[in-house]
Design a protein around this ligand. Structure first.
Ligand code: MGD
Ligand code: MGD
Ligand code: SF4
Ligand code: MO
Length: 693
């Protein structure tokens, strides 16, 4: 009998968690669509649709494996889950006995589906939970924590009603989240103006009303000049600023040297354009958004640049204004309280090993600074770290200084990779635990925060195709083996989901119909007359006593970026709509066919100087490492940069489609495993030399 069904769930082909509708026929997934109840349409981004190719790819770890040769040799021994769990329990017990639970560190992809592994760490008593944010959004996150006290990802953008959107290198239409990209297009279609600033042309630039190619690393100068005009000409929303902003006078004094004429010399953007941007923004206030960015592991001054952008939003009074930025509303704003699994275990009071929240008090501990981990492992300071779990995270493919990582791994007693795919890190691990894919498992209930909060659930669509287990099964069993079973009291995922929903009036079954539960029909805005920010003062802190007490200034003078050495280019990277980071998608059957390798994009003037032609194979080198890649020549790029897509140059031979194709940007970014003031690595402070082969 032909059996057809539709299952609503959440995508996991990137970090966006878009609601999806999956068509299944006789137990086989036929198509993945966007959830029409959420999007009003069925289209998805290409990676979301290519989830089918990911699911039915056999080039992924199919059962648990223990290393059977040198680290990285690719020699593995198939083991049963029982053996894998016993192996791990034995190692963890020994480490805990000798060094304490804090010697176990775990890093993951962040976000709301991290409850179970955070619970596991808490149950053991380790504070050393890290996210990938050292090479993503630490700067912008910590900037907003200091300005308004809210996490970066709890700030939303009301694009649909926005009249003037200024974006600094946030490639909204390629480095995309389906719903957000759609809203930006809707804004443009209804007459909103997009001003886009990048160091190269992008698809987002193609939709802009104005597009500027800026001198790399000088956006902070532009932001300061915009503030200069807005404050000196009193173009700001006075009511809002008087009510909520602390430090206007201090700001006014600080920005005096940063005139548009000064900024024009730094940025390459004419002074009259800067002035016009300030006036145009002010004419549209408060329905204005200065986008603070997402992937902000760019330059050393990012923390202050991102603070300046939030300050621009405050000056426009755009917080909680229609068409502006807002604090995302959650279930609590609708009188619904869901229980979080982590709440079962007590908070760990032990100090983190990376200094987040202590040595660096303004870097909030919840995301950590993973770039410090190799150094901590190497030195054993402030205390030894002996085991590392990479959970849905591939630090070797996403962080600079590969050799430093591999050397640090040598000092560890245990490296665990929990992945749905082969990754660079799993290739170097001691043990691989294959997780059931997002289509094969049910995760914890999450809140989809925004103006109209919803509850959402990733639920199992089909049975695991191979010998894989869900994160629930993995961490529950491990906790039980380590005598911490009381922290995982649920029999299975469904029981956990129903426990989370206790007292809400909803149950697991309520997700069957639409995949999400609407908690309100009307958007929720906070009262602009009574806003309360999560800073110590409850206000927007341009002047922050907390920062000053930590020994860093609230506003920092602009510093010129390091000039590009003669004959070199600054290496800039980014994403393409067809791939996600350095992960699964580059080997994805569908996506690999559409975008199989990356190129180095350069300006004709540089090409001429170096005698390079379109398609030439070149060797790129930096700091003793090199990669080979073909060049493409375009005038729509800053002459001092070389741009390549992130996530290629795959060194893992079992991924046969992506193996060895193109060049790896992370390998070339050697020397950037640094801590900037915002907690990010400064990835775009890398200079490369290019030689024709
Ligand atoms: N040079 C350079 N470096 C960069 C960037 C750049 O542009 N240039 N981008 C940065 C950015 S923005 C980010 S966010 C980071 C991303 O870096 P990572 O967080 O490492 O990102 P991903 O490659 O998405 O995913 C990591 C791993 O998760 C696995 N995975 C996917 N789904 C699942 C699942 O359901 N369960 C489990 N257990 N595993 C899963 C994938 O197979 C992959 O191995 O990289 C950063 N690094
Ligand atoms: N298709 C796709 N979508 C994704 C992802 C993905 O991997 N693939 N990943 C998701 C994740 S985790 C993230 S963090 C976001 C990232 O989304 P974005 O924050 O948009 O990040 P990137 O794609 O890394 O793009 C960085 C941009 O910064 C520009 N840039 C570099 N230097 C400068 C400069 O000095 N000034 C200015 N103004 N611009 C500069 C680069 O040219 C590039 O266009 O995308 C998310 N969406
Ligand atoms: S943006 Fe695309 S890949 Fe990311 S969650 Fe949404 S549909 Fe999936
Ligand atoms: Mo990211």
């Amino acid at each position: 009998m032909n059996e057809k069904k539709v299952v609503y769930s959440l995508c996991c082909m990137c970090t966006g968690r878009c609601p999806i509708m999956v068509e299944v026929e006789n137990g086989v997934i036929k198509h993945i669509w966007g959830n029409p109840y959420v999007f009003g349409a069925k289209s998805l981004c290409p990676r979301g649709a290519a989830g089918v190719a990911f699911e039915y790819d056999n080039e992924r770890p199919q059962y648990p494996m223990i290393r059977d040769g040198e680290r990285g040799s690719g020699k593995w021994r198939r083991v049963s889950w029982e053996e894998a769990f016993d192996f791990l329990a034995d190692k963890f017990k020994k480490i805990i006995e000798e060094y304490g639970a804090k010697a176990i560190a775990l890093s993951d992809r962040g976000g709301p589906h991290t409850e179970l592994h955070k619970l596991f760490l808490r149950a053991l008593g380790s504070p050393n939970y890290f996210t990938h944010h050292a090479t993503c959004s630490n700067s912008v996150h910590n900037a907003h924590m200091s300005v308004a006290g809210h996490a970066r990802n709890t700030v939303g953008f009301d694009y649909k009603n926005c009249k003037y959107l200024v974006v600094f290198g946030r490639n909204l239409l390629e480095s995309l989240i389906t719903g957000e990209a759609r809203n930006v297009i809707e804004m443009i279609n209804s007459g909103g103006k997009l001003v886009y600033i990048d160091v190269r042309w992008t698809y987002t630039a193609s939709k802009a009303y104005k597009f500027f190619i800026i001198n790399p690393g000088t956006d902070y100068a532009l932001a300061l000049a915009l503030i200069n005009v807005i404050v000196n000409q009193q173009l700001y929303e006075a009511d809002f600023v008087n009510r909520y902003v602390i430090g206007l006078k201090y700001l006014k004094t600080f920005i005096q040297p940063y005139t548009p004429e000064w900024a024009a010399k730094e940025t390459g953007i004419p002074a009259e354009e800067i002035r016009r941007m300030a006036y145009e923004a002010a004419e549209n206030k408060p329905s204005v958004i200065f986008h603070p960015g997402w992937m902000t592991a760019w330059y050393s001054q990012d923390f202050y640049f991102r603070r300046a952008i939030y300050i621009l939003n405050a000056l426009m009074g755009s917080y909680e204004a229609k068409g502006g930025i807002f604090i995302s509303k959650g279930a609590g704003d609708c009188g619904v309280k869901i229980k979080q699994p982590t709440s079962i275990a007590p908070k760990v009071t032990e100090e983190r090993c990376d200094g987040a929240g202590t040595e660096y008090p303004w870097i909030k501990g919840q995301w950590g600074m993973l770039q410090r981990l190799p150094e901590v492992i190497e030195t054993g300071q402030p205390y030894p770290i002996k085991a590392y779990i990479a959970m849905r995270h591939d630090p070797l493919a996403s962080m600079p200084d590969l050799e430093t990582w591999i050397k640090a791994f040598e000092k560890l007693d245990l490296v665990v990779a929990i992945d749905v795919n082969w990754s660079w890190t799993s290739w170097y691990a001691d043990i691989i635990l294959p997780e059931a894919t997002y289509l094969e498992r049910t995760d914890n209930v999450i809140e989809r925060k925004g103006l109209k909060p919803q509850l959402a659930l990733r639920q199992k669509v089909i049975e695991p195709r191979f010998d894989a287990k869900s994160r629930f099964q993995i961490f529950k069993t491990l906790a039980e083996k380590l005598g911490k079973g009381e922290y995982f009291p649920w029999r299975d995922e469904i029981e956990m989901v129903n426990w989370q929903l206790e007292g809400t009036g909803f149950t697991f079954e309520d997700f069957a119909k639409k995949g999400i539960i609407d908690l309100t029909q009307e958007p929720i805005w906070y009262d602009r007359k009574n806003l309360k920010f999560n800073t110590p003062s409850g206000k927007i802190e341009v002047f922050s006593e907390a920062l000053e007490n930590s020994g860093i200034p609230s506003l920092s003078p602009y510093e010129k970026p390091t000039p590009t050495p003669e004959g070199h280019l600054r290496l800039i990277t980014g994403k393409v709509a067809l791939h996600t980071q350095g992960r699964t998608t580059s080997n994805n059957l569908y996506l690999n066919e559409l975008c199989p390798e990356n190129y180095l994009y350069i300006h004709p003037s540089f090409a001429k100087k170096q005698g390079l032609k379109e398609g030439d194979l070149v060797e790129i080198s930096n700091n003793g490492v090199s990669q080979k890649i073909r060049v493409r020549i375009t005038p729509y790029i800053h002459p001092e940069i070389g741009f390549m897509l992130h996530g290629f140059g795959d060194p893992v031979p079992v991924r046969t489609r992506s193996f060895g194709k193109g060049a790896s940007d992370v390998v070339l970014m050697k020397g950037q495993l640094k801590v900037t003031v915002g907690g990010n690595c400064p990835l775009f402070e890398t200079f490369i030399k290019i030689d024709k082969i």
